[in-house]
Design a binder for this molecule. Structure first.
Ligand code: 6PG
Length: 257
């Protein structure tokens, strides 16, 4: 593993996707144990995508066979974004996480808080915002862990280039219509994402290299690259990337381990 810095961002570059997923699993377990021992519960926001799926599958198997494990009974699951489809749909982020992980570990059902992709989008966004206000003492909520990916177009959660929701400052959850998908999405807004105590990006593959360089080292242009809107408000920002995705980042002041 080698480490890089880009501004405030702490970037860990791992050899390949399996090594990155192993590290993500280890960090997930550490954050979960720490949160439960200090606050009595662990709150995590999941996202969709193929890289998060690999993490969920790994978490469902033992992460560290000799370690105390993950305190699933005290874990509370939320989502950073959702597609506007029923939970039974193959496109549902809830379903993906359920199939890969949630159906395989012992989390009390009432601690799994999905976004209701089957409802009218504006309504579903308002309802999820209300749920967050009920589940957390403070607004915006301070999740212990926020998992995010980055799309080739620079989107994160369902904050897509030039879409509504990017400039949203009052709401925690938005329901933008995404032109290129010809569909609405449900997404946490930057204000909700940035309040998290730890934000962890997972980015793998050569196809993301240009975008990753633009997000981390390019001009600030968050309407074009919404992932640039992720700037934690006092929390920690960790980028886990593989060598392929990092291949266009400047070595800068990076340190090899
Ligand atoms: C979604 C996601 C999305 C995803 C990125 C990266 O619902 O699609 O939440 O933001 O995380 O598109 O996805 P990949 O890991 O599949 O590239």
């Amino acid at each position: 593993m080698r480490e890089l810095r880009a501004g405030e961002a702490h970037i860990e570059v791992w050899a390949d996707a399996p090594a990155l997923i192993a590290r993500a699993g280890q960090l997930f377990a550490e954050k979960a144990r720490h949160a439960v021992s200090t606050e009595g519960r662990f709150t995590v926001a999941l996202s969709g995508g193929s890289t998060p799926r690999a993490l969920y599958q790994r978490l469902a198997a033992a992460v560290e066979p000799d370690a105390p494990g993950i305190p699933w009974r005290d874990t509370h699951i939320f989502w950073s974004d959702e597609r506007c489809v029923p939970p039974s749909s193959q496109d549902s982020n809830y379903r993906m996480a359920y199939d890969a992980l949630l159906g395989r570990v012992h989390i009390p059902a009432e601690q799994i808080h999905r976004m209701r992709g089957e409802d009218e989008p504006a309504r579903a966004a308002l309802d999820y915002e209300k749920l967050l206000e009920e589940q957390f003492e403070k607004t915006p909520p301070r999740f212990n862990l926020m998992l995010l990916g980055v799309g080739e177009d620079g989107h994160t959660a369902s904050l897509f280039p030039y879409s509504a929701g990017l400039e949203e400052t009052k709401r925690l959850v938005a329901s933008p219509f995404i032109e290129k998908l010809r569909a609405h999405r449900l997404t946490m807004t930057p204000g909700a994402i940035n309040a998290a105590r730890t934000i962890m990006f997972l980015v793998t593959g050569r196809a993301k290299a240009e975008t990753l360089r633009a997000v981390l080292e390019g001009e600030r242009d968050p309407r074009r690259y919404p992932a640039q809107l992720v700037e934690p408000d006092g929390g920690q920002l960790i980028w886990l990337v593989d060598e392929a995705a990092a291949s266009l980042l400047s070595p800068g002041n990076g340190r090899a381990h």
